[in-house]
Design a protein around this ligand. Structure first.
Ligand SMILES: Cc1cc2nc3c(=O)[nH]c(=O)nc-3n(C[C@H](O)[C@H](O)[C@H](O)COP(=O)(O)O)c2cc1C
Length: 195
């Protein structure tokens, strides 16, 4: 049976991470339940103009942000993990404190309580103490805080390369490997004695 993943897009910058992840999951025929917050739609319009329908088309099911009665709001509904890509500091704070007043934070809350995988592509910079404390709290609860920070060792040539590299890593954390994520092969001594 194909896997089932909950994908959420909140109102942090980086809506493209949500889109790319949906594309990768769709490619692997994973059943996606999608939630987009009102601020998420705002950032989508700002950063990916004209792509609303493309995002909806990649999901098997789209759940309204306020529909607290949706299937994924219940722990009895089985799925294989949830990713919030990108995750705002507001949604991070709500998850850290069990404040489940919308479907996104409720589905995340349930994912944690059922000890399923929760991955937050938390994006803000710089971070103040409460952001950091909320990240620590979610980590203590078993969530994975995954700020989408680019790596450069694979010599990316485009924004697409940077985004795909991070999303491929998320796919692996969801147990959806292998992916063609470039891997560090070691320096073969090139880096030694160079001073
Ligand atoms: C264009 C735009 C970019 C934003 N970028 C961020 C961001 O990178 N990180 C963040 O925490 N909030 C960001 N915000 C603010 C959030 O959208 C705001 O706090 C909102 O209440 C989050 O709600 P949500 O978590 O329910 O989507 C941004 C807002 C806009 C309009």
């Amino acid at each position: 049976m194909s896997k089932r993943i909950v994908v959420a897009i909140s109102g942090a910058s980086g809506a493209i991470y949500g889109l790319r992840l949906l594309q990768m999951l769709h490619q692997q025929q994973v059943h996606c339940d999608l939630i987009v917050s009102p601020s998420g739609w705002l950032t989508i319009d700002q950063e990916l103009p004209g792509q609303r329908q493309a995002i909806l088309d990649l999901a098997a099911e789209h759940h309204a942000f306020r529909n607290i009665g949706a299937s994924i709001a219940s722990g009895s509904f089985a799925h294989d993990g949830m990713v919030i890509a990108p995750c705002s500091m507001k949604t991070l704070a709500a998850i850290a404190h069990g404040f489940a007043d919308n479907l996104m934070t409720r589905a995340a809350d349930v994912t944690l309580k059922e000890r399923r995988r929760l991955i937050l592509l938390a994006r803000e910079t710089p971070l103040h103490l409460v952001h950091l404390r909320n990240m620590a709290t979610v980590t203590e609860m078993g969530g994975i805080v995954f700020p989408p920070l680019p790596a450069f060792y694979h010599r990316p040539e485009s924004i697409d390369d940077l985004v795909s590299h991070s999303c491929a890593h998320v796919m692996e954390l969801l147990g959806l490997s292998p992916t063609d994520r470039p891997r560090w092969q070691g320096l073969n001594n090139q880096g030694q004695d160079s001073s």
